[in-house]
Design a protein around this ligand. Structure first.
Ligand code: SDX
Length: 392
């Protein structure tokens, strides 16, 4: 019943771990965090409460949640010298490149993070990472648009504070829209953790050597950036915009099926889900709620709905068991809220930091933990004698 992930030739890597954090049944489209279904958490919980659950194993009491939320809020500021880091980047640097650099640099600012044998150091490093990611992501956005950084406002919720740091400007008062705040908080919940995906496995492997936790999370950010992984939300919206109108959908579906064409339907398919990704179900519902509340629409949503309909009824997609994943609709909502596509994966990284940190803690606090060492299937030449260059 533990989530052991054992050697599978199809995966080319050997990783085996026990974990009590997240359970996925890919055939049934089930996703549980510490036993709680993702649909119920997305509907009734909050990102701070899910963060507590992932780190501590149980849902918090009201007092425990208030204390945890207060503790996180104490770490939302970035060292002022770290804010100087941003000025070293080009204005058009991708936010994920900036986040890789700035999060990795946190290991140069918090020396207690190097002594991870001390549970207290692990705890404060975990809280710092969860607390600072919104500040780091928002600052990356501000820098890219040439606006001044907006400092954290701890009178707001975790997600409300992020919205204000991102979209607020010193010259104007900023009102957090509760519908947007709720929708974004739900999107963070949907992205919090997902078992041993590529970026989480990266964090675990880096952390297994005892490396600094900030550096391990920076490695996870780098891995998540890839278009086959977290970068798919940006690629999916770009694809939907390129399709443009429903009459163009058959052409793109034909391309996705053509083995000679590298094109993939972005936001479709999954290594584990061979059924509908339960996160995509919630995401689609959230699109409708946000559009209705903001009185907005986007023709790209209609394209997405019709693309899903056609693909799910196409024999190729049925046979390959390809369904929409978490990235298929998320970009539609994030774009409606006002984020540029380049920020989509940064938001994924912000939310996934909770899962990475929880998985890192689970691994590093296991007394039997050893350094990860995947093996290989050797396909090179058998042993042979060296030949001097004048004899070759
Ligand atoms: C995330 O691991 C996680 O949990 C990740 C994640 C998380 O929360 O951490 O869930 C987040 O990364 C979601 C996935 C986001 N990526 C995309 O949406 C990019 C588009 N999707 C594909 O690139 C693809 O589906 C992958 C990379 C996600 C999975 O690719 P695999 O491992 O090849 O998938 P598969 O083995 O199930 O594919 C079966 C077949 C293959 O064809 P054959 O080799 O059998 O002929 O389906 C084909 C694939 O080529 N296929 C697709 C397709 N995805 C798979 N064909 C067209 N379009 C697609 N999107």
């Amino acid at each position: 019943e533990t989530g052991c992930f054992t050697y599978d030739p199809g995966f080319t890597s050997t990783a085996s771990c026990d974990s009590a954090l997240t359970y996925i049944d890919g055939d049934e489209g089930v996703l549980l965090h510490r036993g709680y279904p993702i649909g119920e958490l997305a509907e009734d919980s909050s990102f701070m409460e899910v963060s507590y659950l992932m780190l501590n194993g149980e849902l918090p009491s009201k007092d425990e949640l208030d204390t945890f939320t207060y503790t996180i809020s104490r770490h939302t500021m970035l060292h002022e010298q770290l804010m100087q880091f941003y000025r070293g980047f080009r204005r058009d640097a991708h936010p994920m490149a900036i986040m890789c650099g700035v999060v990795g640099a946190l290991s140069a600012f918090y020396h207690d993070s190097t002594d991870i044998a001390d549970p207290e150091h692990r705890r404060i490093s975990s809280h710092r990472l969860i607390a600072k990611m919104p500040t780091i992501a928002a600052a990356a956005y501000k820098y890219s648009v040439g606006q001044p950084f907006v400092y954290p406002d701890n009178s707001l919720s975790y997600t409300g504070n992020f919205l204000k740091m991102t979209f607020g400007v010193p010259a104007e008062p900023y009102e957090v829209n509760p519908v947007v705040e709720r929708a974004l908080d739900r999107i963070f919940i949907l992205h919090a953790d997902h078992e041993q995906n590529a970026s989480t496995s990266t964090v675990r492997l880096a952390g297994s050597s005892g490396a600094n936790p900030f550096a391990c999370i920076a490695a996870g950010i780098a891995c998540l950036w890839g278009p086959a992984h977290g970068g798919a939300n940006e690629a999916a919206l770009n694809m939907l915009r390129e399709i443009g109108t429903p009459d163009k959908i058959p052409h793109y579906i034909a391309r996705a099926k053509d083995k000679n064409d590298p094109f993939r339907l972005m936001g479709f398919g999954h290594r584990v889900y061979k059924n509908y990704d339960p996160r995509a179900t919630v995401m689609q519902k959230t699109v409708r709620e946000v559009f209705e509340a903001l009185k907005v629409s986007d023709p790209v949503f209609e394209v997405a709905l019709q693309l899903e309909e056609m693909a799910l009824n196409d024999p190729y997609f049925i046979e390959k068991k390809l369904f929409p994943n978490v990235d298929f609709y998320s970009g539609v909502i994030l774009s409606a809220i006002g984020f540029p596509t380049t920020m989509f994966t940064a938001l994924f990284a912000l939310a996934r930091t909770v899962g990475w940190v929880a998985q890192w803690n689970e691994m590093i606090s296991d007394p039997g933990q050893k350094i990860g060492r995947p093996r290989q299937l050797y396909t090179g030449p058998t042993q042979r004698p060296y030949v001097p260059v004048d004899k070759r």
